[in-house]
Design a binder for this molecule. Structure first.
Ligand SMILES: C[S@@+](CC[C@H](N)C(=O)[O-])C[C@H]1O[C@@H](n2cnc3c(N)ncnc32)[C@H](O)[C@@H]1O
Length: 205
């Protein structure tokens, strides 16, 4: 589901960039086993205005980043932002894509990122299955997301547009990850409003 105008403004606010880079990134990288593996191919689902790409490159040292979003406006804005930066579009690709039908082959990525996206997806379980499909065995899924309590309340309903059916809490999200064959490396639940998870796709025996 696309964001409404208000949420688009919030997502591209400098404070959001600052929070993501200064607070969320160190928390997320602290969950990755050290020494950190080499992430040659990274996928960001729901790239928004493209700030996550900075985080994925700087904090996770990814080689090539593929960034997708369901909203063409987001993809155009993220691409322009990077085109105009000193990095340019080297080792970056963008496309419009739905997380529940990713246009990629099996086992294509070393690491996949979800920064506050799956709470926008009506069938988020299908999106997790897609992440499991496109990840290489042993690849990582990095998640930070919002839970039912944060989005299914009168204030949030007034300000934002989020699906209200089939939402999830921390334990429900972890259960579907396990069901799709992920090993849970680390997880943090913040008052059941939001959480972070590092999950690893298990290798076949
Ligand atoms: C809250 S924004 C987060 C953007 C960015 N990840 C960030 O952290 O700034 C959620 C993003 O997910 C995208 N999105 C929603 N549903 C999606 C889907 N089914 N597939 C891909 N992207 C989706 C929205 O268009 C939006 O850009």
């Amino acid at each position: 589901m696309k964001l409404n105008r208000f949420e688009k403004t919030l997502v591209q606010h400098p404070l959001r960039f600052w929070l993501q880079n200064q607070v969320e990134a160190p928390l997320l990288t602290s969950m990755i086993p050290k020494p950190m593996a080499c992430f040659e191919q990274a996928l960001e689902i729901g790239c928004g205005f493209g700030n996550g790409i900075h985080l994925i490159r700087e904090h996770f040292g990814a080689g090539h980043v593929t960034a997708v979003d369901i909203d063409p406006e987001m993809v155009i804005a993220a691409k322009k932002r990077w085109q105009d930066s000193s990095h340019g579009l080297n080792n970056l690709s963008f496309s419009v894509a739905d997380a529940t039908q990713l246009p990629f082959t099996e086992a294509q990525f070393d690491i996949v990122f979800n920064f506050a996206v799956f709470h926008h997806i009506p069938d988020w379980q299908a999106a997790i299955a897609e992440v499991a499909r496109v990840l290489k065995p042993g690849g990582f899924f990095v998640v930070e997301d919002l839970y039912r309590t944060a989005i299914c309340n009168p204030l949030s309903r007034r300000l934002f547009e989020h699906p209200q059916q089939n939402r999830f809490d921390h334990q429900e999200f972890l259960a579907v990850l396990r069901q799709e064959g992920f090993y849970l490396v680390c997880d943090r639940n913040v008052l059941n409003l939001a959480g972070m998870v590092l999950a690893q796709k298990t290798s076949p025996l």
